[in-house]
Design a protein around this ligand. Structure first.
Ligand code: ADP
Ligand code: MG
Length: 331
């Protein structure tokens, strides 16, 4: 090993018990913690300005394949899991941004009354704002509702507003209530788009059913936590029900493991179990738990623009690449 100045300074010439700096070449993590790490710990990588700049430089350098293949026709993907907080919105927004950044034209449809995807994509909303509610309940056209996302060319969003909270009930009395979104997509010339990503609410009600009738692919984000697989059976049964009664083309095409904490054995056990069960459907890339991912929405951004070199952004980019390159696999 090269005897560089840093190594000898830290570990030999100035032992810290003699009043030198308490850095230790053997235990850099301990040194960082001593310097004041946040209680939740750091992102998997060192989260210093220099580390960030280095990662950004790495990601900007790219891998020499800036344009990804575009599908023959628009792929409509519902991001669904009736559990809250598993990473549906984060996944929708970051996959969409990644695909758009590589030459695909992408529309995000925010189907959750909480409107988190809309917030994360910087959609300003007021009481009067038109939203996906007006499409579902008042037959307004998607074209009129889609708005461009700032700083990300090729990316549009149909926002959600709180009106949508009432839609589950209002839809009940409408004709073809399960197929309102499908009809809206059909009226929109989706040959202009490569992907439509639908961010579903944390329920299996009529909004989610509308998403599943309007798409061919379901992407299920699974959080690498203890209860991750609980309730999954119900989701799978619902997909089967929609498939057999309303949309024969429906398949579960993709599973993405999210919020993976490599320091815990539990996370890897959950990942193994999910891979054992779903095999090829599970993307190779898994998304680590990352502070930068959770910070991005408060700046009205995806992590892809907020900190493109962060571990979370790189993971979502890899996941999106897999989706773009992998043909649709039947479940
Ligand atoms: N990889 C990640 N690392 C850290 N926090 C994350 C990550 N993915 C999601 N989060 C955070 O977890 C919370 C739930 O994620 P969200 O995407 O809103 O889930 P859902 O849409 O399924 O309810 C949010 O606060 C989000 O910022
Ligand atoms: Mg959400």
């Amino acid at each position: 090993m090269l005897n560089n100045g840093y190594d000898s300074y830290v570990s030999r010439e100035t032992p810290h018990w003699e009043g030198g700096p308490s850095l230790s070449a053997e235990a850099p993590e301990a040194a960082v913690v001593a310097a004041g790490a946040p209680p939740g710990g750091f992102d998997v990588e060192m989260d210093t300005p220099i580390a960030r700049a280095a990662r950004t430089a790495m990601s900007v350098r790219g891998r020499g394949d800036d344009l990804w293949p575009r599908p023959d026709r628009c792929r409509v993907i519902s991001v669904a899991n009736q559990k809250g907080g598993v990473g549906k919105t984060t996944t929708t927004v970051n996959l969409a941004a990644s695909l758009a950044m590589h030459g695909n034209r992408v529309l995000v449809v925010d189907l959750d009354p909480q409107g988190n995807a809309s917030t994360a994509l910087g959609m300003e909303r007021t009481q009067e704002s038109r939203s996906i509610y007006h499409c579902l309940v008042e037959d307004e056209e998607i074209r009129e509702l889609a708005r461009p996302v700032e700083d990300v060319p090729n990316l549009w969003c149909v926002p959600a507003t709180i009106d949508l909270a009432g839609a589950e009930i209002e839809l009940v009395s409408l004709v073809a209530r399960e197929a309102r979104l499908k009809r809206a997509f059909a009226a929109y010339d989706s040959s202009e788009l490569d992907y439509i990503l639908i961010d579903c609410p944390p329920s299996l009600g009529l909004l989610t059913v509308n998403a599943m009738v309007a798409c061919e692919e379901v992407l299920i984000p699974i959080q690498c936590e203890y209860y991750a697989l609980e309730g999954l059976g119900q989701l799978l049964r619902n997909v089967e029900l929609v498939k057999s009664h309303l949309n024969p083309a429906l398949t579960i095409s993709t599973i993405l493991l999210t919020m993976y904490d490599g320091r815990t054995r539990l996370a890897s056990q959950v990942a193994d179990e999910v891979r054992g069960h779903f095999g090829e459907l599970v993307l190779q890339s898994l998304v680590p738990r990352s502070v930068r991912v959770s910070e991005a929405p408060s700046y009205g951004q995806s992590v892809m623009t907020y900190d493109p070199g962060s571990t979370g952004a790189v993971a979502y980019m890899e996941a999106a690449r897999e989706i773009a390159f992998r043909a649709k696999t039947a479940a």
